[in-house]
Design a binder for this molecule. Structure first.
Ligand SMILES: [Fe+2]
Length: 462
């Protein structure tokens, strides 16, 4: 296993971090009703009870068992119930059945979580010094895994709560998630030179195996849109028959759109003569300047094709590759005026105004307007690169050249999914801020809509 570990460096720091991350998972579930813990409205959306249990099982299976932590009789059934996709650990509850079982009860899952926490804290305090470095590398993975599931939780509970009749829906949060609704900056494309560049996790600190190794790749000149596509801009695509024109769509996307009757992004509903959207703060009117979200790769791709065919000066508009996105993110967005960088390594200081989970907004914010008189540095400003919405890229999720997966069963964590999925970059309004890095590679099937996904366009240089 590559040594990816950085701080924390001592047991007390590990313990504090363990408690903080585990506590955040409990806090996000505080407002749930008993029913809301159990529902699985579609296979991709796991119920919260399972999310809480699975993240605990991960520590049990990958740390308590191999490092001699205390075992309990209660652990046995959870091997089957809470294994997500690790074939090397044996058979498991089918993913689509997580909402069908009434046992364990939610109370039993909380008891199990507390038991795992107690045993983990004991192991962190008492494990032999010779094995602690190896232990800590897997502990880091377990904590990052838990944070991934925290992000998943917000997308899952949004989908779960949306299933109710509109008049009976309750919001998850009272935070309205609005603000920063100033007029969106005029759309521009920011040019980037081509050349041989380095990609991957170039910075200090921890990263997933799929962000390594650092490697070189040749880019041809291109340009990247200065902000995400807004709801108003997406409405133009809809009004122009975007969902009814097969010439704009990849075939698999067209088939999915017909099969699932897509006619707008997920969570858009027509009411009182206008468009309303379901947010974690409830239903509200669409705000045109906000970035369009909850679109699949196929919708993003069709939108790009429509822009290419519709607007002079945008011929060839397309989604960026992940390396075009990464190169741009390394070059721009670090103005000297940005001030101290409070982000972990690899996240530009300019992301300070972005919406990550920590902002509490739970909804993407509109781009902040750029002054009419632009200095040379501001002309290169690209809004909403980090936080707000995961941005679909045209890149298939593939291993970087020389990729080496994590050792043992954790080789299943990322590597086996490098097939038939697309990479997304940038983090979102429900990504924990200290979980994110510039080199972070998210990935989902092209039909995915329930994640916080948005659209940024690119063009070849003319
Ligand atoms: Fe997981």
């Amino acid at each position: 296993m590559p040594l990816l570990l950085s701080a924390p460096v001592n047991r007390r720091s590990w313990l504090a971090r363990f408690r903080r991350v585990r506590g955040a998972s409990l806090a996000m579930c505080e407002s749930l009703s008993p029913e809301e813990y159990r529902l699985q409205p579609c296979e991709e959306v796991s119920p919260p009870w399972w999310n809480l249990g699975h993240t605990s099982w991960f520590f049990m299976r990958n740390l308590l068992v191999p490092f001699g932590g205390q075992s309990e009789p209660e652990d046995d059934p959870y091997e089957y119930l809470l294994n997500s996709y690790y074939d090397s650990f044996g058979s498991r509850l089918p993913r689509a059945a997580r909402g069908l079982v009434s046992r364990p009860t939610t109370d039993e899952i909380y008891t199990y979580r507390a038991s795992v926490d107690r045993r983990m804290e004991e192991l962190i305090a008492t494990l032999d010094e010779e094995r602690f470095e190896e232990f800590a590398e897997i502990l880091a993975i377990g904590l990052q895994h838990e944070q991934q599931h925290q992000e998943l939780f917000y997308t899952e509970i949004k989908y779960i709560l949306a299933q109710n009749r509109p008049e009976l829906r309750r919001p998850y949060t009272s935070c309205r998630g609005e603000g920063r609704t100033a007029e969106a900056p005029a759309r521009r494309y920011v040019p980037f030179e081509g050349g041989l560049r380095e990609f991957g996790h170039l910075d200090e600190g921890w990263c997933w195996d799929n962000e390594l190794p650092v490697h070189r790749f040749f880019l041809t000149p291109y340009s990247l849109a200065n902000r995400l596509v807004t709801c108003d801009e997406y409405l133009d695509f809809m009004a122009d028959g975007g969902y009814a024109n097969p010439l704009l769509w990849l075939d698999n996307g067209w088939q999915a759109a017909q099969r699932e009757a897509w006619h707008a992004p997920l969570y858009w509903e027509q009411r009182y003569g206008g468009w309303w959207i379901w947010t974690l703060a409830g239903m509200r009117e669409l705000i045109g300047e906000e970035p369009v979200c909850h679109v699949s790769y196929y919708e993003a791709d069709a939108y790009a094709r429509w822009r290419s065919q519709t607007f002079a000066g945008e011929q060839g508009a397309r989604l960026p590759t992940e390396r075009e996105w990464e190169n741009a993110a390394r070059i721009v967005g670090v103005p000297a005026s940005a001030g101290p960088n409070s982000f972990p390594a690899g996240v530009p200081a300019s992301a300070g105004s972005a919406s990550f989970l920590d902002s509490g907004r739970l909804h993407p914010a509109a781009a902040v307007g750029v002054p009419a008189s632009l200095g040379p540095e501001e002309r290169l400003a690209i809004a909403q690169l980090h936080g707000e919405l995961w941005q679909w890229t045209a890149s298939y999720y593939e291993p970087y050249p020389g990729y080496r997966p994590f050792a043992g069963a954790l080789a299943e964590y990322n590597g086996k999914f490098m097939d038939n999925q697309r990479v997304l970059r940038g983090g979102s309004c429900v990504t924990p801020r200290d979980h994110y890095r510039l080199s972070y590679r998210n990935f989902w099937p092209s039909t995915t809509r329930f994640q916080f996904t948005g659209i940024r366009l690119a063009q070849d240089a003319t």
